[in-house]
Design a protein around this ligand. Structure first.
Ligand code: FAQ
Length: 316
């Protein structure tokens, strides 16, 4: 049973949210708000880290030095995003170790999109354009969320994601002015990444258990379907500009609603992927576990150094 004073604190907290106040780590917050933020931010940080794997796959095979340098920088940016968001999540009282263990054990989720394979160079274009494009739409909204450390991390991250988005589009635009084989490669990448990109926004609103609560607390400012629609509306003209066809026969501009209508998403595929049965789930978790195991000596050396350093400081 909640005590009277807890109820009073929660009432004041809700009033702060209603006023549009930003909640900071030392402020009082309901346990459920804290838990929801740890869940969403933890998953987000894991997504950035696991998201390095599909693109990392192509660093050694980038078609030119310029492409290689750009891709390397992009993948490093994703690592930085993961670290910012882990740090932001730690302000809620969860440790980096605990989050990492949850990722490595398969308990914590990360974005469904990173369980799809990257089969050709054009996939680097499709990821930058579609995956970063979807991430920007979602994260621009999160940059106005009620929790200060998350909102501030999103502002910086969105700036970098904008560059990622442009570099992906530029890869595809270049391929679309190339040979018939290059055009086919670009189209094939878009055919494979379009629907999974739409799934990044989460289940449809009627099946989204967390949306109502997160919107009440202004963590989410828009629903999953609203953001998905925003992404579709801005992406369709970009596809047309460079001669790509999006793989949905039902895509049609509706002048009454001023939105594109679209076909039904394969939700069975989505739930299958988030349950751990996507094409690359096993491979992704294995890669993270291998990296963690191989890094054991670094952690030991850092601990030994920290111990020595502490001894010296105490002796001084
Ligand atoms: N994948 O009730 P909802 C990036 C889960 S960053 C996996 O609607 P919610 C950068 C959801 O967790 C991409 N699981 O959930 C990059 C929940 O499960 P739970 C990551 C998903 O939280 C680019 C259940 O389904 N971005 O791409 C997914 O209200 C290129 C019910 O769903 C973020 O994480 C999914 N797609 O809304 C990096 C942004 N969708 O936890 C490298 C922050 C839903 O109850 C290369 N997150 N689920 O067991 C969010 O905005 C929200 O968490 C949503 C889901 C919108 C993803």
């Amino acid at each position: 049973m909640e005590s009277h004073s807890e109820q009073e604190k929660e009432k004041q907290f809700n009033e702060r949210i209603d006023r549009g106040d930003i909640i900071e780590p030392k402020d009082w917050m309901p346990e459920r708000y804290r838990k929801q933020l740890i869940r969403i931010m933890g998953q987000h940080a894991h997504s950035e880290i696991v998201g390095m794997l599909p693109e990392g796959n192509w660093i050694t095979r980038a078609p030119s030095l310029r492409r290689k340098a750009v891709l390397l920088a992009k993948v490093q940016d994703e690592a930085g995003h993961g670290l910012y968001i882990y740090s932001g999540t730690e302000t809620l009282g969860v440790s980096r170790d605990q989050m990492n263990q949850e990722l490595l054990s398969g308990k914590a989720k990360y974005s469904s999109i990173f369980n799809y394979p990257t089969l050709s160079w054009a996939d680097m274009g499709a990821i930058g354009w579609l995956v970063d494009g979807a991430a920007i739409v979602n994260q621009t909204a999160l940059a106005k969320c009620s929790y200060g450390p998350y909102a501030r991390a999103m502002i910086r991250i969105c700036k970098e994601e904008n560059f990622h988005h442009k570099q992906g589009y530029e890869i595809l635009a270049t391929l679309m002015t190339g040979t018939p084989e290059q055009k086919a490669m670009a189209q094939d990448a878009v055919d494979r990444f379009w629907w999974p990109s739409l799934m990044m926004f989460g289940p449809s609103d009627k099946d989204s258990p967390n949306t109502a609560e997160l919107m009440r607390w202004k963590v989410k400012k828009y629903t999953n379907d609203d953001l998905r629609q925003r992404f579709i509306d801005r992406t369709v003209p970009q596809a047309e500009n460079i001669g790509l066809k999006l793989p949905d026969d039902k895509l049609k501009w509706n002048p009454d609603t001023m939105h594109y209508e679209h076909g039904e998403i394969n939700w069975d595929e989505f739930y299958n992927v988030i349950k751990g049965n996507g094409i690359c789930n096993h491979q992704r978790l294995k890669a993270r576990n291998d990296a963690h195991d191989k890094g054991a000596w670094v952690r030991e050396a850092a601990n030994a150094y920290a111990g020595k350093h502490a001894e010296k400081t105490m002796a001084a």
